[in-house]
Design a protein. Structure first.
Length: 118
């Protein structure tokens, strides 16, 4: 089963040096997962100042600058992993370097067979 691990943290708490070190450590972690057949995808996100939110209602679009929700922690990036069950997903997620700075949300992905495969 695939799980998405979303990590949230206060984006202003990381210095550029800490952020770059986290990218390098995360890339190595992704390589380690890949070697074990557990890696699907991962990416850090640009800051929330670059976000755009889209709402659609009654055929009309409302586009606004910024993230959907204003919270103390912001979505910083994600990993999509292969895991046998939630316990294994939690174990893998506990090692995601970006998770040291905030919260990791772990959610199973729904397989939709009609979606294109990467």
């Amino acid at each position: 089963m695939q799980y998405m691990c979303l990590f949230y943290f206060e984006e202003t708490q990381l210095t550029d040096a800490v952020r770059e070190a986290c990218y390098l450590e995360s890339a190595q972690f992704a390589q380690d997962l890949h070697e074990k057949g557990k890696f699907v995808a991962a990416a850090p996100l640009h800051p929330t100042s670059t976000a755009t939110s889209l709402r659609q209602k009654d055929g009309k679009r409302l586009v606004t600058d910024g993230p959907f929700a204003e919270t103390r922690e912001q979505l910083g990036g994600f990993f999509i992993i292969n895991a046998n069950d939630l316990d294994e997903a939690i174990n893998i997620a506990s090692k995601i370097p970006g998770g040291r700075y905030g919260t990791i949300e772990i959610r199973p992905l729904i397989e939709v067979p009609t979606l294109p495969r990467v």
